[in-house]
Design a protein around this ligand. Sequence first.
Ligand code: PLP
Length: 385
Amino acid sequence: MKQASYIELSKSALKRNIRYLKKRLGRNVKYVSVVKGNAYGHGLEEFVPLAEDSSVDYFAVFDSSEADRVLSIKKPKTDIMIMGSIDNDQLEWAIENDISFYIFELDRLNHAIQTAKKMNKKAKIHIELETGLYRTGFEEDELREVIRLIKANQDSLFIEGACSHYAGAESVANYLRINQQYEEFQRLMTILRDYGINPKYEHTACSAAALIYPHSRMDMARIGIAQYGFWSSKETRMHNLLSDDASFTRDPLKQVLKWKTHVMSVKTVAAGKFISYGNTFLTSRKTQIAAVPVGYFHGYRRSLSNSGYVLIKGRKAPIIGSINMNMLLINITSIPGVKKGDEVVIIGDQGSQRITVTSFCDVGNLVNYELLARLPEQIPRYIVA
Ligand SMILES: *Cc1c(COP(=O)(O)O)cnc(C)c1O
């Protein structure tokens, strides 16, 4: 069934972003493409093959169900890591399929060892170290037992990685905290190495860390938001543009995703009428309005009522009235000739105008991630050049 709105993914934008990011990382740093949250709302099934066209080394997901989806479509040479949730009874499946997973508690380590022993196949693990995010990760006082178990079960474990995650590398406010985390990671690594544990990869960097703190790149970087064409924050963008050797005339990152729909209906409303629910918009003159079939059900923020914009005929059309569950209204009085079926751009560009996800939510860039991740899976995704 045809959907009211659809998402286009730009193949060339993604190619360009990954090429740029790989150049920033340098030749010896493996590129992990982070595709959790349905590839940041871009659509996992559509995104994975596109990313593989740009030769990424690894896909990182949050849980085993996402790993399963990637497994069914990825090429044999690309690896998968689960950074978060996997049940003990799914470890067998992961080991069978060479999917590596984070270990941040002894319970999972013990189960991984038992399962691997039973299967006579090594479990590929990443040891997550607590460096100061205080989410998951082994504390120093647990390391002794981790080391003992690893040493005693070398036939059952392959130490694919040692890793950690920074507590907000995109914000200058966290500068000291990030540096302390880096130092702590180095200190804990020294302990592991002293006991002869040498992980294949050491990895701590997300997009912002990789772009701002070169030493955080180590052997591999886990790149999420930047590959989709968004800077993690204004600071990340500025830092990167100004420290980039190459002269630039346009932003090196390009938004991959475009969200589009069509005008559902147009109508003329007389002066002095409240439009849509409630009383948030009163027409001050004869007003031409158009209904657009996108609402908060589709992840469009209700707080953009009477304040957001969409693009139509290459012009910005303000949203008027409250965002409904499945619909929003726009004022097209100053855009003549709009008719039912005309293309409406909700995110992306049209003509010379552009609506970026950032301009949606000036409040903070974490909201970026949220809006993308909330794009419903049912909206169809199409690949465009
Ligand atoms: C989401 C995530 C990343 C990627 O972060 P970006 O800021 O999107 O690049 C990296 N590592 C972990 C553990 C994550 O959860």
